[in-house]
Design a protein around this ligand. Structure first.
Ligand SMILES: NC(=O)c1ccc[n+]([C@@H]2O[C@H](COP(=O)([O-])OP(=O)(O)OC[C@H]3O[C@@H](n4cnc5c(N)ncnc54)[C@H](OP(=O)(O)O)[C@@H]3O)[C@@H](O)[C@H]2O)c1
Length: 373
């Protein structure tokens, strides 16, 4: 049995993550075990450490965080026929989802258990560090675009036919946005997006038809003007302030007035896990309540529906297999889908994940922080 080592979150709101031995967990039916070679870090990993008691109160500690895995299959559970031993795969590690709540399914360890239907083979020429940028961002975008309780768009395909409808992707240069643009285009929609001007060409290279600067004073009016005469199929709102702007835009458009939200109305980024927490947390919670009420009133006034995305909810519905089984393997192999944004490798070894998380907190632009293991 292989040795396993993990980066542990020892307890609720623990200030330090610790590297230590972890049990090797054999796969159950429908699961695989992967020797992890690269992981990426996400804002959610930091938040589960600092405000996990609020956003994932069910977690059983000690816990192993992390969602993004690329590695090689070392053991295959009963009933899994899509993978062979030694195969290079990427997958969304869903240990922190309420339905799993299982440290063995966290990404930040050398041997992680994955649900087979949340994993996909990697093209032979794709490095592990590139593949690791995909899973959580891809899943989050897919939940927002395709789930029946979100935008419920047509599924993505390898030979999409334009259906004449437009989707707004606010925050298209984020990791979630890079995937949302590609998925929406693969599903036959045209994309109007926002990003910083430095990332306009990048977002267009992923398939967006039009890109606007989200910091511009006239961005809402400019997008409304661009969409005049077109039918919209909804919006995916990513980044602080994105939902309010998206509601304002869709309220003036024809078509489906629905905003799928990846980001809540206030940021927990400044809340530490340890000392001084209460003083930082209280104003954030007040902004969260005020922001939610204000957004709900604006949405109601403009006839726009909104829903918050939970990026691993696809594990229990048709969207998980739609993405990881039916679409992604062929789309990556044919080059029609790319691993975006580009990886920036922070270091090698589990301890470097701590540095990657700290760097992530300071902000990135159109890149994903990755650690190789
Ligand atoms: N609900 C869920 O389950 C779930 C899952 C994953 C992520 N998320 C959330 O989704 C958001 C994006 O996560 P990520 O990992 O994709 O982020 P990321 O890649 O770290 O985001 C970096 C990008 O954010 C853009 N940005 C910064 N402020 C923005 C704003 N106010 N509006 C639009 N874009 C802005 C920057 O764009 P420029 O450089 O072009 O300015 C930068 O490229 C975060 O809020 C995260 O917490 C939610």
């Amino acid at each position: 049995m292989p040795n396993n080592t993990a980066l542990w979150l020892p307890a609720k709101r623990a200030t330090a993550l610790k590297v230590g031995p972890a049990p090797y967990t054999a796969p159950k039916a429908g699961e695989i075990v992967v020797r992890v070679h690269a992981v990426a870090v996400n804002p959610m990993d930091r938040l589960m450490q600092t405000v996990g008691d609020l956003i994932t109160p069910y977690l059983a500690y000690p816990f192993v965080l992390g969602s993004d895995v690329a590695g090689e299959v070392v053991e295959i559970g009963e009933g899994v026929t899509r993978f062979r031993l030694g195969e290079r795969v990427l997958g969304h590690a869903v240990g922190s989802d309420k339905a799993r709540n299982h440290a063995a399914e966290g990404a930040f360890q050398t041997h992680a258990v994955l649900l087979a239907h949340m994993a996909a083979p990697m093209p032979e020429d794709m490095p592990f560090e590139a593949a690791a940028v995909l899973p959580l961002a891809l899943s989050t975008a897919a939940c927002g675009l395709f789930q029946q309780d979100q935008l419920a768009l047509d599924p993505p395909s390898l030979a999409p036919r334009r259906n004449g409808k437009w989707v707004l992707i606010w925050g298209a240069s984020t990791s979630v946005g890079c995937n949302a643009v590609q998925l929406a285009v693969a599903a036959g929609y045209q994309v109007v997006a926002t990003a910083s001007p430095a990332n306009f060409d990048y977002v267009k290279s992923l398939g967006a038809s039009l890109v606007f600067d989200y910091r511009s004073n006239s961005v809402v009016a400019d997008i409304v003007a661009a969409l005049r005469g077109h039918e919209v199929a909804g919006a995916l709102a990513i980044g602080l302030g994105s939902a309010t702007a998206s509601v304002a835009i869709l309220g003036q458009c024809q078509g489906k007035r629905f905003v799928a939200m990846a980001t809540p109305p206030a940021s927990f980024d400044a809340v530490p896990a340890g000392q001084g927490r209460i003083w930082r947390l209280a104003p954030v919670l007040m902004r969260m309540v005020a922001g939610s009420i204000s957004l709900a009133l604006k949405a109601q006034r403009r006839g726009v529906r909104t829903a918050m995305i939970w990026g691993s909810s696809l594990l229990g519905n048709e969207v998980g297999p739609m993405i990881y089984e039916a679409f992604l393997p062929e789309a990556l192999a044919s080059g029609r889908y790319v691993a975006a944004p580009a990886p920036l490798v922070v270091g090698h070894g589990l301890t470097h994940i701590v540095q990657a998380l700290e760097r992530q907190r300071r902000g990135v632009s159109a890149c994903k922080l990755v650690v190789t293991l």
